[in-house]
Ligand binder design. Structure first.
Ligand code: CMP
Length: 138
């Protein structure tokens, strides 16, 4: 089924000039970028984005990291886009991510795991609403 998902390229990914590489992989897979913005994310937006992790010990650090520099927000559309993108990014902890995934190829630390992508269709809907308040193309 066609789905749209949210991908964030975190400040470490932007800093390391990985925007093009990550977008290239997404497009090469056959997925379509239907929204794209480079922005300094407001703290309140990031706190809401990670609200489910509020009680976790890493919450403060992940919010600080996401607001430490520019991020790229992408709306990515295609067949089974949510699962396809998650698989392409690799395990949350890069040390467990397979080679050939973004994290398996470019990251080592869970605190700097380069990207976020929506965990399921429900989360994708909520996250896209948060990061793309403007209407996305159909
Ligand atoms: P992300 O997919 O953006 O969702 C939450 C983020 O918190 C995660 O990627 C990591 O960057 C960060 N994080 C730090 N420590 C942990 C942890 N122990 N478990 C899950 N996420 C963590």
């Amino acid at each position: 089924m066609e789905e749209t998902t949210l991908v964030l390229i975190k400040p470490g990914g932007v800093e390391r000039n990985l925007i093009g590489e990550i977008v290239r992989r997404i497009e090469a897979r056959g997925l379509r970028v239907v929204g794209l913005k480079l922005m300094s994310a407001p703290k309140a937006l990031v706190q809401e984005h990670y609200a489910e992790h509020k009680a976790r010990p890493f919450f403060k650090d992940v919010v600080a990291y996401l607001t430490s520099g520019p991020v790229v927000a992408l709306a990515v559309r295609g067949e089974n886009a949510v699962k396809a993108v998650r698989a392409m990014m690799g395990a949350t902890n890069p040390i467990e991510a397979s080679a050939g995934t973004v994290r398996g190829d470019f990251a080592l630390s869970i605190d700097d795991n380069l990207t976020h992508s929506s965990s399921d269709v429900k989360a994708a809907k909520a996250e896209l609403k948060l990061w793309f308040s403007e209407k996305l193309p159909r």
